[in-house]
Design a protein around this ligand. Structure first.
Ligand SMILES: Cc1cc2nc3c(=O)[nH]c(=O)nc-3n(C[C@H](O)[C@H](O)[C@H](O)COP(=O)(O)OP(=O)(O)OC[C@H]3O[C@@H](n4cnc5c(N)ncnc54)[C@H](O)[C@@H]3O)c2cc1C
Length: 464
């Protein structure tokens, strides 16, 4: 494994200082965290002739998941997902190439065979990025944990495993209630994949707008579902998840008990809790069903729905099998599966300006998973966009990214007011519907992708 000694880094810093000062006055940015978002942002600024002060706490201070002192270390799967532009992740990568992403070409150089996916040799990838950054004349590397946020122009890209001291500093600025430590994510499915002859739109006791879709269980169907949950294959919670923030009271986790844990507590727990059917008369029978799973729209266009209360630690294969037992969801198409893990992230819509700076400290910008994107490629995107906005002095994302792009919609997700803000990854459910209804799934995805790429290429900023 490639580790950088302090002496070497100090020497490099001195050499670079000389170069920087000899160039006269440069714009300066401090970036905290040399992960995927921080490295992408650093290279964007540096190549645009900004002076970058990059702080990384590893290897002196490690996270629970990183293993080395290398920058842009990939902590789990080595896959950056599909290369096919007819998939959401493939389309996102294509958009990022148009936006001149720095890390994706490096990933392609370090790729290993993985069918249609872009998978990398994680050590080669991280070592290559570490050396490009360390040798860049416009980047100074500091191997140091940052614990305070001062008045310098700063990007915080410290990721889902942000150190405890810096988390404390963020809490001082934005408040405990806008910083989450765990992700309890329920699956999301496409609207098109639900059976409208079974699922019905209704609000409880017809109070307010009928925003929810309701999946009605018969008695037999409900107990089959509970039994399947009890028999399912589950992930074990990591030990660090329960110990890291011993000294902070995070009620968030308790409110997000996994559905399989609720099922284990008793066969009727779900139907008296998240699946209670009261006030939800089924139009086919005129009666309340035995239990109900409610689906809540994920976007204004109502193209994707969240399974309310179904946060889960079940393995993905099990989720597909078990959630398809829900009436009306036999053919559900999942755009995201549920999960629960330590993931420090901010409630962006409450605390961020549209340019990703903190409302309460506008010299500080947030990038990467900490800002509420989910996934390697999405984190790189976030670093890319924050840098681009600052370099090009743009404050509104719509000036850079059309609404029809995955990148534009992911950005919007981070800053748009919503009831239960949760991190988001690339998925077609984010995109506005096509003008005409296209039944063929493959063709529809192709059309989404062609529309996004064409709109992005025609956008004012790209044409400049
Ligand atoms: C255990 C785990 C597994 C994951 N698996 C996957 C997966 O398989 N696929 C996927 O797409 N996504 C996965 N993710 C989600 C996410 O995509 C990655 O975590 C991604 O690396 C996030 O990028 P980032 O740049 O925001 O943060 P990171 O890549 O984590 O970078 C943040 C950097 O900041 C540093 N840092 C933290 N605090 C400080 C501080 N105070 N001062 C200085 N430096 C600091 C850290 O050492 C780190 O190098 C996983 C996340 C976790 C936690």
């Amino acid at each position: 494994m490639h580790k950088h000694g302090d002496a070497k880094t100090q020497r490099e810093v001195k050499i670079k200082e000389k170069i920087i000062f000899s160039r006269g006055k440069m714009k300066k940015i401090k970036i905290i965290g040399a992960g995927l978002a921080g490295c992408e942002a650093a290279l964007q600024f540096a190549d645009n002739n900004w002076q970058v002060e990059l702080y990384e706490m590893r290897p002196e201070e490690q996270t629970e998941a990183h293993q080395t002192g290398n920058f842009a270390e990939i902590v789990c799967s080595n896959s950056l997902k599909s290369k096919l532009i007819t998939t959401a992740s493939g389309l996102l990568k294509e958009e990022m190439k148009i936006l001149s992403c720095k890390l994706l070409p490096i990933a392609e150089d370090c790729s290993v065979p993985a069918g249609n996916a872009l998978a990398v040799d994680r050590d080669v990838f991280a070592e290559k990025i570490t050396s490009i950054i360390t040798e860049h004349p416009n980047i100074n590397v500091h191997r140091k944990e940052v614990i305070n946020l001062n008045d310098e122009l700063t990007i915080v890209a410290t990721g889902p495993l942000t150190s405890q001291k810096l988390t404390g500093e963020l809490i001082k600025i934005i408040g405990n209630e806008h910083l989450y430590f765990f992700d309890a994510i329920a699956p999301i499915i496409t609207a098109e994949s639900v059976d409208e002859s079974i699922i019905y739109r209704k609000t409880r006791y017809d109070k307010g707008e009928a925003d929810y879709l309701n999946c009605p269980f018969s008695k037999e169907e409900y107990y089959d579902f509970v039994e399947a949950l009890n028999d399912a294959d589950k992930h074990e919670a990591h030990e660090f998840e329960s110990t890291f923030f011993d000294n902070i009271n995070f009620s968030f986790y308790e409110n997000c008990t996994p559905i399989e844990e609720l099922a284990r507590r008793g066969k009727d727990t779900l139907r008296y809790g998240v699946m209670k059917p009261v006030g939800l008369d089924d139009p086919r029978t005129g009666k309340w069903p035995y239990a109900v799973v409610q689906l809540r729209a994920e976007n204004n266009d109502k193209t994707a729905y969240n399974l309310v209360g179904c946060q889960t630690m079940l393995k993905y294969g099990e989720q597909k099998k078990i959630f398809r037992l829900i009436p009306g969801m036999q053919k559900a198409e999942f755009v995201r599966f549920g999960s629960i893990h330590r993931n420090t992230y901010l409630n962006g819509p409450h605390i961020l300006n549209t340019d990703m700076s903190l409302k309460k400290k506008s010299n500080v910008f947030i990038a990467g998973q900490l800002a509420g994107v989910e996934g390697y490629v999405e984190s790189i995107l976030s670093g890319l966009l924050v840098a681009k906005l600052l370099v090009e002095k743009i404050t509104e994302v719509s000036e850079l990214l059309p609404d029809t792009t995955i990148s534009g919609q992911l950005w919007k997700h981070l800053i748009t007011e919503q009831k239960n803000f949760q991190p988001m990854n690339a998925n077609f459910g984010l995109l506005p519907s096509l003008k005409e209804r296209v039944r063929d799934k493959k063709l529809r995805k192709q059309m989404y992708s062609e529309r996004a790429i064409e709109d992005l290429q025609n956008s004012v900023t790209i044409q400049k």
